[in-house]
Design a binder for this molecule. Structure first.
Ligand SMILES: Cc1cc2nc3c(=O)[nH]c(=O)nc-3n(C[C@H](O)[C@H](O)[C@H](O)COP(=O)(O)O)c2cc1C
Length: 231
């Protein structure tokens, strides 16, 4: 197979993308955000339904949401009053999924020097999600409740397109399911109509090159573990 420039480019962007969990305060121009979202919206979707809705938060709107969520996150009593609307993770974990989940969690914590005993440290690190790891741009994604499983599949492609288009422009991202317990508060903040529900959030901005957490490179299984050729 002859390698083309486009193939090299696409492979490089796919291989270099990783979740960024510490951002610089450098702003991202609105035109860049718009161009990323315009490209991302070329994602395929069943019968071209385009089930995505994006809410861009910057400046005061982002700060206020972060403050409101952190206030709840830091209070066990308030936290108890919030729960996710849809299960992102299974109720019952089994191998190999639980092993991979633990591996990435402990890899991140150990980079940050957090031990198992350091519950306040882990709580604070989870809390970093709610300031979008200091990214200047926060994206919240919602979907009409009428849409079904297939549209959530389409949504994943849209999200990945955003992350890849951002990466190609030298910008970092982190998809964030951490917001899901706070969907009611987020719905109120975004003034969502009752038929819209939260899918997830995403931080977008310039990665902090000095941050240790941004050096985390996660593992992937070899092809043999997840591919079967049936000839
Ligand atoms: C839909 C989705 C939600 C995620 N939610 C979070 C999150 O809330 N907080 C976080 O730090 N990382 C989150 N991640 C990042 C994953 O942990 C990360 O993608 C995975 O460990 C693989 O690492 P990589 O993205 O660096 O390749 C999420 C990823 C996806 C796709």
């Amino acid at each position: 197979m002859i390698e083309s420039d486009m193939q090299r480019c696409v492979d490089r962007v796919l291989l270099e993308r990783r979740s960024i969990r510490a951002f610089l305060s450098d702003p991202v121009a609105r035109e860049d955000i718009e161009q990323i979202l315009r490209c991302a919206a070329r994602a395929p979707s069943g019968t071209n339904t385009q089930p995505w809705m994006v809410h861009v938060l910057r400046g005061d709107s982002k700060e206020r949401l972060s403050r409101e969520i952190l206030r709840i996150h830091d209070s066990p009593e308030l936290r108890e009053q919030h729960s996710e609307e849809y299960p992102y993770y299974p109720d019952r974990w089994i191998s190999p999924f639980i092993d991979r989940r633990r591996k990435v969690g402990w890899s991140l914590y150990s980079l940050l020097g957090l031990t198992r005993e350091n519950k306040p440290g882990m709580h604070a690190q989870l809390g970093r999600n709610f300031t979008f790891f200091d990214a200047p741009v926060a994206l919240m994604f919602t979907i009409d409740r009428v849409m079904s499983h297939g549209s959530w599949l389409d949504y994943g492609m849209f999200l990945q397109n955003i992350m890849i288009a951002a990466q190609a422009r030298g910008l970092g991202t982190c998809a964030q399911a951490a917001f899901r317990p706070y969907h009611r508060l987020i719905a109120a903040h975004l003034k969502l109509p009752a038929h819209e529900t939260l899918v997830c959030g995403m931080a977008l901005g310039h990665a902090d090159p000095a941050a240790i957490e941004n050096t985390l490179v996660t593992e992937r299984d070899e092809l043999e573990a997840f591919v079967r050729f049936n000839d």
